[in-house]
Design a protein around this ligand. Structure first.
Ligand SMILES: [Fe+2]
Length: 388
């Protein structure tokens, strides 16, 4: 018998243009007056810092800045933030930024109430105590970190990636303000949007998918297919930004409920060994892995094709399912995603090691709709290298 379905998640979601103005009020509703405000270095040097700090100016809430986050963060960044939070007696943690920042903020919150370092908790269900309450404010539409129980870190010494996975990481509040994503470059919009599409497709086809996650993931696929090109090429249009932020949140909910698959597993070594950003790595691997995966669940892939606007009434499920690969290719090419590992200067002789590393990303490998082995992973990497 399949195990019972249990749903946990973010407690409160505030969505809408201008909703970032509620940050201080949301802190107060948690009884917090000294939040640690986590941002990345690059974002803290933009108008975003002023915008956020002005919100706190006329409020009894006084934020403690921690602006040291860097892309593809190391666990030490969370350790450092937790030390600051303890020293300053922070009573809440706010993350404003992309997935790296939100992941670090979530980890800081639990480290305040748990002994040891972030690395001690990389794994599943190792966190013993609940952390400080958290408020997550994404500024990209992609990672869905505001909806998930995971913080992903890059361990550069061992060239590996790993996540702290615990229900205590679910944010208390997600504030989703599409205006914050208006200034994203076409490149970041494209790669983060493809990360969201990967979450949606992988959670929909996951072996853990269920009656609650499937409609959410499928809706995200439909919205992303209809809006990602618009967000990339017409980034100041709030309609596209609104839809992409909504979809990346839905995809994050789907991911939290049923996990991701082999695209993420094969993308991780690209980030860990070659510093390829998470969204770009997923976007590049997505069509190659789907080409292998779609015969593993024709029914699901046919439903993805319909959601992407492909096929028509005359198509069999098998024919419709095969269209997903081409549709994802078209989208990736249209929005300028690198097409091959060669484009990213990944050396061909690294493929066996990457395949071995990918197989160690156990849960996504197990979730994959078609069985994945090291030999298959190597073959997929070779196709991705050559672009075939
Ligand atoms: Fe992802």
């Amino acid at each position: 018998m399949k195990s019972a379905v249990t749903i946990e998640g973010v407690k409160k979601t505030v969505f809408g243009v201008g909703s970032v103005q509620q940050i201080a009020l949301e802190c107060q509703s948690l009884g917090a007056v000294r939040p640690l405000l986590v941002m990345d270095r690059a974002l803290s040097e933009t108008d975003m810092r002023t915008l956020i700090q002005e919100i706190f100016l006329n409020s009894p809430v006084k934020a403690i800045p921690y602006f040291d986050v860097t892309p593809e963060p190391s666990p030490e960044l969370a350790d450092k933030g937790a030390e600051l939070a303890k020293k300053e007696k922070a009573d809440c943690v706010i993350g404003v930024g992309g997935g790296s920042t939100l992941d670090v903020a979530k980890a800081i919150a639990v480290l305040v109430n748990n002994e040891g370092k972030a690395l001690d908790y990389v794994g599943l269900n190792l966190v013993k105590n609940p952390g400080l309450p958290t408020i997550m404010v994404p500024t990209t539409a992609g990672t869905g970190s505001e909806a998930t129980f995971t913080s992903v870190f890059t361990m550069r010494k061992t060239k590996s990636k790993g996540g702290i996975n615990s229900p205590f990481l679910y944010p208390h509040t997600a504030i989703l303000d599409p205006e914050l994503t208006l200034g994203l470059s076409p490149e970041v919009t494209a790669s983060t949007g493809m990360d969201a599409l990967t979450h949606a497709i992988e959670s929909f086809t996951s072996r853990q998918a269920h009656f609650m996650s499937e409609p959410v993931s499928l809706e995200a696929i439909e919205i992303i297919s209809a809006n990602l090109r618009g967000a990339v090429f017409n980034g100041t249009n709030i309609h596209f930004r609104n839809n992409m932020l909504k979809a990346s949140y839905l995809a994050g909910l789907g991911l939290a409920m049923s996990g991701v698959g082999a695209v993420h597993a094969l993308a991780y070594p690209l980030g860990a060994s070659f510093d390829v950003p998470h969204g770009t790595a997923n976007a590049l691997m997505l069509p190659y892995v789907l080409e292998y995966n779609y015969p593993g669940d024709i029914d699901k892939f046919a439903r993805i094709a319909w959601a992407m606007g492909e096929g028509d009434d005359g198509y069999s499920d098998r024919e419709a399912a095969s269209l997903v690969v081409e549709s994802v290719w078209d989208l990736a090419r249209d929005i300028g995603i690198p097409c091959t590992l060669q484009d990213l200067r990944i050396p061909e002789d690294s493929i066996p090691d990457m395949a071995e590393a990918a197989m160690k990303v156990e849960r996504p490998i197990m979730n994959n709709p078609r069985p994945m082995t090291a030999t298959v992973a190597e073959d997929i990497y070779r196709r991705a290298f050559e672009g075939i």
